[in-house]
Design a protein. Sequence first.
Length: 156
Amino acid sequence: MDINLWISVFLAIPLAIVANVFTPKVQVWLEGRGKKRSKKRIAQLQSELDQLCYYNDYPEKFNQYLLGVVIRATFAGSLVGIIAAITYIISRLGRDFVNIEIVYVLLQFSGQVVSMVGAMIIINICSGAISTMNRMRNYSSVIQQLKAQIYESSEC
């Protein structure tokens, strides 16, 4: 018989014993993780439900929330615009007074990067408000869906 067969047999027996010993412990560990994840999901869904109910009960609070998002997005856009404009002005002055092309290119590039990052920041600021606004438009169906999801998650 081949030596590889004997090595396989001698390794298979201890590995099978180890697998049988640790399988129940791994199953308990995985079950515990699933319960923690389920509780976290239920808390998240309940928080969404509470927020939507609060905004439905107090529409002026929802308007204040949206106004706060508009102000933050405007502030971020203005700040990014100022920084991008400064890099553009410096690049133009640098090109006129210092004849180093790489400085001009780097400043132009940095202005573009600042503009892109600013756009991503504004999108990040507004995306939550847009999502909440869409959920408020379909309030009754969203509330039913959230309650159903909470019920399904709590049964698991």
